[in-house]
Design a protein around this ligand. Sequence first.
Ligand SMILES: Nc1ncnc2c1ncn2[C@@H]1O[C@H](COP(=O)(O)OP(=O)(O)OP(=O)(O)O)[C@@H](O)[C@H]1O
Length: 276
Amino acid sequence: MNTVPQYSGELTSVVSPQHHAEPNGKPHSIEIRDVHKSFGDSVVLAGMDLSFADDAITTVLGPSGTGKSVLIKHIVGLLAPDSGEVRVFGQDIWGISEKERLDLRKRFGVLFQDGALFGSLNIYDNTAFPLRKHTDYSEAEISEIVMDGLIEVGLEQAIRKFPSEVSGGMRKRAGFARALVMKPDIVLFDEPDSGLDPVRTSLLCDLIIDMHERHKGTYLVVTHDIRSARKVSDYVGLIWKGKVVHYGEADAAFASEDPFVRQFLAGDSAGPLGMD
Ligand SMILES: Nc1ncnc2c1ncn2[C@@H]1O[C@H](COP(=O)(O)OP(=O)(O)OP(=O)(O)O)[C@@H](O)[C@H]1O
């Protein structure tokens, strides 16, 4: 069986587990407790422990194939852990009924890598989709919410266009507007910067910060783009080989002297991290 090789250096910066409650006594909105997940012989999550700060933007950084997308799928309830717990608003999402899990999922907004828009629907109908599916709002009410959202992301001129007729950046913004229409408490971004040039990436990061300021909530951004992480993060979690090896405030992480964290956040080839 392929077990996950462990970082052999000193992990002086490991801050885990993070199971304490927020200062107001509420549990964290998302808590990952000792989660293990394998696919066949391949271990992907190897005892992951992480709690996400409420009402903050946390970036989860990690090299390719280290389990970031698998982590997101656990949080939204698309994958079940082999062992350990995923707690959302204090509830173990695999200890509740399917209906409760689906209800919980309505409190999430998810922005997938390519925006995950329906190709056969225009930008307006894509954005309206969750409201039509999950609410009994009238078309007039839906129109108000959808247009407000599309104006916020700067797409009011493109509402009748289909995903194939707009740029990658516009598709992401449409995906973002759609992720927010249900007024989610938690928003997950799976590599929002993938496929974008540096300028569009930077603009999207501005939009993430702006929308978070307006709407609040727990934002979780998964990426391997260090520049994006530097720009948007209040907190940073570093994952490597299925484990969280550092979690803390972004400023402290970016100033860290720990060789692993430094190599990771500087994107250096020299340091304790290798290719294996
Ligand atoms: N449903 C699945 N069945 C089998 N293996 C899977 C499945 N989902 C993910 N994996 C494997 O889990 C590992 C981690 O994948 P994951 O997509 O989480 O990586 P990632 O950190 O998001 O990478 P990237 O930054 O390249 O997107 C990969 O080796 C992948 O092949």
